[in-house]
Design a protein around this ligand. Structure first.
Ligand SMILES: [Zn+2]
Ligand SMILES: [Zn+2]
Length: 296
């Protein structure tokens, strides 16, 4: 499976998953014409994806979903909630998926996981028939335990590292927006992303930091924070830019499901249980991933 990240950030999001001659687009933050010219620039041998999956109903992810579905006639998959935002004028080319159920698109199995954001939103695991898997998780205010399960066995993790808490605090956003971005239904900070990276399943070989804010973050700051969290392992670490050209080639594993060594698996399970423990947290308390790490 090949994965291309072509846009990441509040100016528009778009990633492509290619396998067996099929190109699946995740999110429609760039219009079909813009995607076609970008694909030409990166030397792709096609200009039109075979299907589109939209994660949620914010403009930087769904603004051009109607153009793909209705203008270009591309089969487009959305949740009920996203459909209410996109408002397709006909059901032709439009398919509904549940945020709780795996579904198939061409040679891919997609596993969604609902995440906390100010509109219904999913993280997605995209797995090709030969067992390669990538996870994309952006636009979430907290890390749910299910996200760890999604990452088990994946080779590529594209994870939000939206803002640096200090840069957000001293930055230009009005107070209400700072609260929204930094809140439990906003976006992951560099620190929250780092907490997730500290418990990342061993299968993940490449980590890409996604959806970096241009006003409340800097790539060097985000990368430093993530590199510290990954210091005891050899994963490749990169940061996506708003308009990107990153290409990742995922090779099939010898045995699908081989995924985690036993100690790591136990570690992930322990963290997942700890994170899943319900608690009425006050905002001054550490988030569940921090609590979970203390339990190890
Ligand atoms: Zn977004
Ligand atoms: Zn969003």
């Amino acid at each position: 499976m090949r994965v291309r990240i072509l846009a990441s950030g509040s100016g528009g999001n778009l990633s492509l998953y290619e396998h067996d001659g099929f190109a699946l687009l995740v999110d429609a933050g760039v219009d079909p014409g813009g995607l076609a010219s970008r694909l030409r620039q990166v030397g792709a041998d096609y200009t039109r994806p075979d299907a589109l999956v939209v994660t949620h109903g914010h403009a930087d992810h769904c603004a051009h979903a109607r153009a793909y579905a209705e203008g270009a006639g591309i089969p487009t998959y959305m949740t009920e909630a996203t459909m209410r935002v996109v408002r397709p004028s006909s059901a032709r080319h439009v398919f509904r998926y549940s945020p709780k159920e795996p579904f198939r698109v061409g040679p891919f199995e997609l596993r969604p996981c609902a995440v906390s954001h100010d509109v219904p939103q999913v993280a997605l695991r995209v797995q090709s028939d030969d067992g390669c898997a990538a996870v994309i998780a952006t636009d979430l205010g907290e890390v749910p335990s299910e996200l760890l399960s999604l990452l088990v066995g994946a080779q590529l993790a594209m994870l939000e590292s939206n803002h640096d808490k200090h840069l957000l605090e001293v930055g230009p956003y009005p107070r209400f927006l700072k609260r929204r971005v930094g809140g439990p239904r906003g976006h992951l900070s560099n620190d929250q992303c780092a907490e997730l990276l500290r418990v990342l399943p061993a299968s993940v070989e490449t980590v890409v930091l996604m959806h970096l804010s241009e006003k409340n973050n800097r790539p060097d700051v985000a990368l430093d924070c993530a590199a510290d969290a990954l210091s005891d392992r050899s994963a490749t670490l990169l940061a996506a830019r708003q308009y990107d050209k990153q290409l990742f080639e995922l090779a099939p594993r010898p045995r699908e499901g081989s995924l985690l060594e036993a100690p790591d698996r136990a570690r992930v399970d322990a963290i997942a249980r700890a994170i899943a423990t319900p608690s009425k947290r006050r905002t001054t308390e550490p988030n569940p991933a921090q609590l979970a790490l203390k339990l190890l």
